[in-house]
Design a protein around this ligand. Structure first.
Ligand code: CO
Length: 151
């Protein structure tokens, strides 16, 4: 009981503290019109069954011009997924149909839109490090990428 009270107090410390609190099973990722995400790394607690990435496009440009998605994969698979995704096109969210290298991916969104991606943490554990997240819109992964760290 006493331990639970301590945890509750820690969570009440505010945004800065809460961002690093244990068992935070989601992240709020943003993409903008300058082809950038707002995060270079996302920590994923192994204690989470599912990890949710909320992607918000904070820009104004349309998805066929400056579209953003979020793809989770082994870092070694990024370039292959990206190359095949370009051929797949926007209607397929720039992901090749049935691409087994993709651990999880969201749809492509344009300015002002949001989407949510749920990632089974067991799939991340099974894939093994290093893991990455990136945008598979043509040309974006050079800048729009980051690491996913299992903690
Ligand atoms: Co993008």
């Amino acid at each position: 009981m006493f331990r639970k009270l301590i945890v509750a107090s820690t969570l009440a410390l505010g945004a800065a503290g809460a961002a690093h609190a244990a068992d935070t099973c989601s992240a709020n990722l943003e993409g903008n019109d300058a082809m950038r995400y707002n995060m270079a790394n996302i920590d994923v607690p192994k204690s989470c069954a599912t990890f949710t990435i909320n992607l918000k496009h904070t820009g104004k440009m349309a998805k066929n011009v400056m579209g953003h998605n979020v793809v989770v994969a082994k870092t070694a698979d990024m370039s292959g997924i990206d190359a095949d995704g370009i051929k797949a096109g926007l209607a397929a969210d720039y992901i090749k149909a049935g691409d087994a290298r993709v651990i999880a991916h969201s749809k492509v969104v344009g300015g002002g839109e949001s989407t949510t991606l749920s990632v089974p943490v067991a799939k991340l554990t099974a894939a093994g490090a290093p893991l990455s997240f990136f945008c598979s819109f043509p040309g974006h992964s050079a800048l729009m990428k980051g690491t996913l760290t299992l903690k």
